[in-house]
Design a protein around this ligand. Structure first.
Ligand SMILES: NC(=O)c1ccc[n+]([C@@H]2O[C@H](COP(=O)([O-])OP(=O)(O)OC[C@H]3O[C@@H](n4cnc5c(N)ncnc54)[C@H](O)[C@@H]3O)[C@@H](O)[C@H]2O)c1
Length: 460
């Protein structure tokens, strides 16, 4: 593929090949070049050595020394250490040992969602920069706390929404929006897929090496559940449990699909609106959701099976009549509908008449860089997202998935979750970040923390 304007444009209608990307950087600046020197490596401590940590540490490996791993499952930490640190990292069951170490610059938090806010806040207060997996929080109020502590400490925090560093699809889509090719956006639709239900999952013996009480941490006490099924043995994403991977489908530990994939596609939909000048946040949300169990007062009645929404359709209203739709039933991706045209963007697709029109009327030079806040770029989204973070660690710039833009959109995902659980529309005061006219819903902006797992120094 020639690295020319034509070369890029020819590929733009389907998937813009990575080889075409150099057209956009006549003088590419990549962090890899800056940090490969041995004495310039970043010392990292990992909290949560599960499935996504593998992909992340692999993506960051050129630039880091992984010196400590914390996991409440000792077997997982040991296996991770052997595979990604030649067995040389210090292994802990309590992540606070990592925060105490003065030689660790960066902490990667890759725990389940209910265990994000506490280590992120404590890491910032301990002087660490943080790369935390999405969704950053389990509640709206946790986002307020993280933003407050981030401002107070000046730490760099990147959220793991790596779609924001994808120069094949999502960044070009955002550049098309930013350059006004769609005109005023009327509607954005984030299609994020349906979530699974489960049969009753029996209480099971806690596996050796897993500290279940600490895995639960701030969440309410619950029994460990695991459905032994020879057909799914070894296939973690299919095993039914309230622990590893399966935590996604329990409101106690996650927001279900609404935050699991919402954190990716509602993020892109919100980013598009912001680039289009829609800076005011939403005014309310309405819609419906189907849950696999009955709910009373926003709480699942049956406690032995998955409880997050399996299907849903929400409409989010913005000032000026712009609308966002969050749904499970159409092709996974983001549809951006403007007065001058529409585009559809997904992980392997960028399509629509305004994309085709680039063949004759390309985006101006620098359009992608501007969307990416003129930060260095890489052509691999996960690696690029880490590179973006490390660049910002060095320069103290705000990374591409900063806590402020992340919470702007995650608030919408959380609102959808509250509306789903209560089964009614909600009015939202975006400036005050409160649900109005519904005290029961407003109380769901936060969650109680189990005794012993409160966030330390939360009031400092
Ligand atoms: N960016 C992405 O595309 C992407 C993809 C998958 C997962 N994720 C996110 O990554 C996070 C982890 O997901 P996963 O699928 O890797 O989960 P997982 O269950 O495979 O791994 C989580 C690990 O954290 C450990 N853990 C739990 N509590 C801990 C604590 N207090 N201290 C240390 N370790 C603890 C668990 O024992 C487990 O090993 C989730 O928030 C998820 O949404 C992001």
């Amino acid at each position: 593929m020639p690295a020319t304007r034509r070369g890029f444009l020819a590929s733009c209608g389907t998937t813009a090949a990575a080889a075409a990307i150099p057209y956009f950087f006549s003088t590419p600046r990549t962090l890899g070049d800056e940090t490969k020197a041995k004495n310039d490596r970043i010392t990292v401590g990992l909290i949560g050595s599960g499935s996504i940590a593998k992909a992340n540490i692999n993506a960051a490996k050129d630039w880091i020394d992984l010196v400590a791993i914390a996991d409440v499952d000792a077997d997982r930490a040991d296996q991770f250490n052997a595979k990604f640190a030649d067995g040389k990292a210090a292994v802990h069951s309590d992540y606070r040992h990592i925060l105490e170490r003065k030689d660790i610059d960066v902490v990667h938090v890759a725990t389940p969602d209910h265990w994000h806010t506490k280590p992120v806040v404590e890491a910032m207060l301990a002087g660490k920069d943080v790369y935390c997996e999405k969704p950053l929080t389990l509640t709206i109020d946790e986002g307020k706390l993280i933003r407050k502590i981030q401002k107070q400490t000046g730490r760099i925090v990147q959220v793991g929404t790596q779609q924001r560093s994808d120069f094949e699809h999502f960044i070009p889509a955002m550049a098309i929006v930013a350059e006004g090719r769609l005109g005023r956006i009327k509607k954005v639709q984030a299609a994020i897929g349906a979530a699974p239900s489960s049969p009753s999952i029996p209480v099971a013996d806690v596996p050796k090496g897993l500290n279940w009480d600490r895995w639960l941490g701030p969440a309410p006490v619950a029994e460990y559940r695991f459905l032994t099924d020879p057909e799914t043995a070894g296939k973690e994403t299919q095993q039914k449990t309230n622990c590893h991977y399966g935590f996604r489908w329990w409101y106690e530990y996650s927001g279900g699909k609404l935050t699991d994939w919402g954190a990716h596609h509602v993020d892109i939909a919100t980013w598009a609106l912001m680039l289009n000048g829609q800076t005011a946040g939403p005014t309310g949300i309405s819609g419906s959701a189907v849950h696999p169990v009955a709910f009373k007062d926003g709480v699942p009645v049956e406690r032995d099976r998955y409880n997050t929404a399996t299907s849903f359709l929400f409409k989010v209203d913005f000032p000026g009549g712009t609308q966002m739709v969050i749904r499970d039933d159409t092709e996974n991706g983001v549809l951006i509908e403007g007065e001058k045209g529409s585009i559809f963007v997904a992980r392997k697709k960028l399509a629509g008449a305004p994309v085709d029109a680039l063949k004759d009327d390309p985006l101006p030079e620098g359009a992608l860089q501007r969307v990416y806040k003129n930060l260095p770029m890489q052509d691999n989204e996960r690696k690029g997202h880490w590179a973006n973070f490390f660049h910002c660690v060095k320069t103290r710039q705000e990374p591409i998935s900063d806590v402020h833009s992340h919470m702007k959109m995650l608030n919408i995902c959380h609102l959808a979750g509250i509306s789903a659980r209560l089964g009614r529309p909600l009015a939202w005061n975006d400036a005050g970040e409160r649900i109005t006219g519904d005290d029961q819903a407003d109380a769901m902006l936060s969650r109680p923390y189990r005794k012993g797992y409160e966030i330390e120094h939360a009031s400092s």
